[in-house]
Structure formats: structure tokens, C-alpha cells
Design a protein around this ligand. Structure first.
Ligand SMILES: Nc1ncnc2c1ncn2[C@@H]1O[C@H](COP(=O)(O)OP(=O)(O)OP(=O)(O)O)[C@@H](O)[C@H]1O
Length: 294
């Protein structure tokens, strides 16, 4: 089985801690968004999950250690714009090497992706643009059809057409996996591009996982309340939940609330007040909850 379990994982670079005591489970068969500010530790976490860097603590997949464990490593691919492929190699050669490396590689699918993303087989990797390098990672990550697919910033530098293609390809891949045997972890700064894909969100900041939470729970426990300044003030006086965002403009006020476990408290407090309540959408939810705490 392919659940990741991490226990007290630390990664130090000199005196700085890129991972600072990560302990969590990342369930199998789901699509997880890995979200956090610049420098939060997303790439480092993905590299640790892929067994590519030594860390203190435990990183296991299905109970087996990942690092230096070839049968487990064969089930995991990490792909993304910053995965350093040899610069002098041609796109076609890199795809041939990947075909030989991954037992689950789908050559026809790789060809189709290379074609729709217009990657020139004869181009050298270091001659590709930023977006084309990302696309190269996307082709690797998808065509390997690995049990565990770790995609590091797969939208980085992509134009709108290619973002849309990638989004639809990911949806198709997830749909194909009807039994939920595969796990996808996608680090992204653009949750807008992944809204319908994600089952859960992993929040990371300062090298610590702050939350691993189902999207349904995330959205249902985050609401936006809008009304006049005085009505919203009255609403706030009647609730105990925390305010994630607070904006006022021209006599009206808009707040985003974390309802916690008591999701009906805010509705009770809003009864009789001229305040509109609705669930926040996923991008805003992720934005306000993923914001760095000073
Ligand atoms: N090879 C390295 N040597 C030294 N420090 C590193 C190295 N890799 C990462 N770090 C540091 O570890 C921290 C986490 O970096 P990481 O790349 O994992 O963050 P990230 O969340 O992926 O950031 P971004 O969103 O900006 O890409 C940062 O402070 C970074 O400077």
C-alpha cells in the first residue's frame, strides 16, 4: 500500500532547517496539493518523499523506508521544472532513458504529450525555455504512470493554453485510476489551476506541515461574511471563531472566518443581521490559510 508516513523528519542545510520535525501521514490514492510560501520547504519535502536527499527521521511508503530502497524508489517519480536533467542531452534521449528507467512508462502517451506540448525531440535540454523545461518534467511525470507521482510546480512558466492542457491531462489521469491506486502530490502556488483536481491540501511553512486537510472540510469550514461595517461588527461580537482576513471599503466590510469544528455558530450569530454568508472558494481558502504567520 502507498501511504506515506513521516516521523520527525528534519533536513538541515548548514545552519538553516528546510524541514523542521515533519510528522504526518499522506494517504494513498488521492490528489494532494502541497502549498506554502516561497522557501517553505515544498521542494525539500518532495525530494525527501522521493528518497533523493538524506534526512533525519523516518520517511516510509507503505511502511517501507524510501531512501536507498530500490523497489520502493521504482514506485515513485519526482518531476518538475527544477529537476536537473543533464543539460546537453536531447529531449528524445531523455524520454528514451525515462522509458528504460520506469517499468510503467507509457511510450505512446509520452509521444502524445511531447507532441501536444510541442517539445522538439532534437532540442537540448539546456536550450529549452523555462516553460518548456516545466513541460519536460510534466511529460516525465505523467508518462511514467508511477504509483506515486510527485509534481513540483508543474504550472511554473506555462502559458494559458498549456496550463489548460495540463489541467485536462491530470484530470484524465486521475479518472483513469478508478481504483485509487495512485497517489499524486502536486506542489503549486496556483491552486486556481488545480481546484477540481485536489482531494486534500498539505500546508507547509517554515519547514513544518501545519495541516493536512480534506478539500471538502477546508471549504466547508471557511466562510466569507459580507455586510455593512456595523452588521459585521455585530456578527463578530457573537462568534468565537478566528478571522483569517478582514477588509473594509466604503462602509462595507468583508471577513473570512475559520469556523473550526462548530460550523453552525456563524449562522446562528448571523440570524437577523444584514450579513451575507457563503463558503469561501478553494483558492481564497488556501490563500488565507496558507499565509505566513508573522
Ligand atoms: N541545496 C540547498 N542548500 C541550501 N539551502 C537550501 C537548499 N535547498 C533548499 N534550501 C533552503 O531550504 C529552504 C526550503 O527550500 P525549498 O526549496 O524546499 O522551498 P520551497 O517551498 O520549494 O520554495 P519555493 O516556493 O520558493 O520554490 C529555503 O530556505 C532554502 O533556501
Amino acid at each position: 500500500m502507498g501511504t506515506f508516513s513521516l516521523r520527525d523528519v528534519h533536513k538541515r542545510y548548514g545552519t538553516s532547517l528546510a524541514l523542521d520535525g515533519v510528522t504526518c501521514y499522506i494517504p494513498q490514492g488521492r490528489v494532494h496539493g502541497l502549498v506554502g510560501p516561497n522557501g517553505a520547504g515544498k521542494t525539500t519535502l518532495l525530494r525527501a518523499l522521493a528518497g533523493q536527499i538524506p534526512v533525519e527521521g523516518e520517511v516510509r511508503l507503505g511502511g517501507e523506508p524510501v531512501r536507498d530502497n530500490q523497489p520502493v524508489l521504482d514506485r515513485i517519480i519526482l518531476a518538475g521544472a527544477d529537476v536537473p536533467y543533464p543539460g546537453q542531452m536531447k529531449v528524445g534521449t531523455l524520454l528514451d532513458l525515462a522509458a528504460a528507467r520506469w517499468g510503467t512508462w507509457d511510450s505512446a502517451y509520452a509521444r502524445r504529450l511531447q507532441h501536444i506540448f510541442r517539445l522538439d525531440l532534437a532540442a537540448r535540454f539546456d536550450g529549452l525555455s523555462r516553460g518548456q523545461k516545466t513541460l519536460m518534467g510534466v511529460v516525465m511525470g505523467l508518462a511514467a504512470r508511477s504509483e506515486v507521482t510527485l509534481l513540483d510546480e508543474p504550472y511554473l512558466g506555462l502559458d494559458v493554453q498549456n496550463r489548460d492542457i495540463l489541467y485536462r491531462e491530470l484530470l484524465d489521469e486521475i479518472d483513469r485510476d478508478a481504483e485509487g491506486a495512485r497517489t499524486f502530490i502536486i506542489s503549486t502556488h496556483q491552486v486556481e489551476d488545480a481546484t477540481l483536481l485536489l482531494d486534500s491540501v498539505i500546508f507547509i511553512d517554515d519547514g513544518r506541515i501545519t495541516e493536512v486537510i480534506d478539500v471538502d472540510e477546508l471549504v466547508s469550514s471557511t466562510v466569507v461574511a459580507t455586510g455593512t461595517t456595523s452588521a459585521v461588527e455585530e456578527l463578530l461580537a457573537g462568534v468565537t471563531c478566528s478571522v483569517l482576513r478582514d477588509e473594509s471599503v466604503a462602509g462595507s466590510r468583508r471577513i473570512v472566518l475559520d469556523l473550526g469544528s462548530d460550523t453552525s455558530e456563524v449562522l446562528r450569530a448571523a440570524d437577523g443581521l444584514d450579513v451575507q454568508i457563503r463558503n469561501a472558494d478553494l483558492p481564497e481558502t488556501v490563500l488565507v490559510r496558507g499565509r505566513r504567520h508573522e
